[in-house]
Design a protein around this ligand. Structure first.
Ligand code: PXL
Length: 284
């Protein structure tokens, strides 16, 4: 739990994509707006995210071990992981989690955003060995936030689109939960006319619904996991965190649609950040 003398502190292990609003640029902005100290561990440095036709990619794996070892005396209220670019990085994250657990009497919240794919396709950087290690990594999480594609990959379920019946969604959530995380949130399930996030903690299962907008934007998964991580680190409950994340993304997406910017540029969330500044006062 956060030390009352300072803001909550989160280690954010994710890539830095210079353009396109995702991963660390999103996490740092959102956490800061929510009064949480964002401490980044870059996994890779890209000029733009991989949805663009052209980008540069610099793998940060060789530097991550020393970087995180240098943090051995620091204590984090949460560890939040996103895009991991190699099998070695997944092992390094496991080591960092073990280091943090060994240090602290109250272990950190662990939020693993299983960034592995989208739209039924696995990202080209993801190898079968990384999938195996990611299945192992999620067993250390308090909360995992896969989209439907990632939920299918993790559970070996054939992907048949983002639209799921209640029975299919329940089956997917139960199979994910069996991988060992404390709670599972499957994001972006289409249940016309709404878009849902399914929450399952081994006891309760429910859908948190938002109005569906006509277009989808990249980086919404990063917004979602960042908001959930910040609320949990600040002592909020998972249902409250999921509801805040869903309503923020819906509002910021509607605003972005009104601007007419390209989907690749992500959600223009910056002018909306004030909605996150006092989340307790935000009603749906
Ligand atoms: O938003 C997920 C994400 C994170 N990091 C990189 C990406 C993407 C999605 O395309 O390319 C580098």
């Amino acid at each position: 739990m956060a030390n009352e003398q300072r803001p909550p502190r989160i280690a954010c292990i994710n890539d830095l994509s210079g353009y396109g609003r995702c991963s660390l640029t999103t996490a740092i902005a959102v956490l800061s707006a929510m009064g949480v100290q964002a401490c980044p561990v870059p996994t890779a440095i890209l000029s733009k995210h991989t949805g663009f036709d052209r980008y540069t990619f610099t793998d940060f794996t060789p530097h991550m071990g020393a970087y995180m070892a240098d943090w051995a005396e620091l204590e984090f209220d949460a560890v939040y992981t996103g895009f991991l670019g190699s099998a070695e990085q997944i092992r390094l994250v496991e080591g960092f989690l073990a280091q943090q657990r060994a240090r602290q009497s109250t272990p950190p919240h662990v939020i693993i955003d299983t960034v592995m794919g989208d739209g039924g396709k696995i990202y080209p950087t993801y190898t079968p060995d990384m999938c195996r290690l990611m299945r192992r990594l999620v067993s250390h999480a308090d909360v995992i936030t896969p989209n439907v594609t990632e939920a299918c990959i993790l559970t070996g379920t054939p992907y048949s689109g983002e639209e799921l019946t209640t029975a299919q969604a329940r089956e997917l959530a139960c199979r994910l939960y069996e991988l060992g995380a404390g709670a599972v949130v499957i994001t972006g399930i289409v249940r016309e006319p709404v878009l849902c996030n399914l929450v399952y903690d081994g006891r309760e299962l429910y859908f948190d619904a938002e109005t569906r907008t006509e277009r989808m934007f990249s980086g919404t998964g990063d917004l979602f996991a960042s908001i959930v991580s910040a609320r949990l680190a600040a002592g909020g409950s998972l249902p409250e965190a999921v509801s805040l994340a869903g309503s923020f993304i819906a509002a910021a997406t509607r605003y972005t649609l009104s601007l007419g910017t390209p989907a690749m540029e992500g959600v223009c969330f910056e002018p909306c950040l004030s909605r996150l500044m006092h989340p307790q006062s935000q009603e749906k």
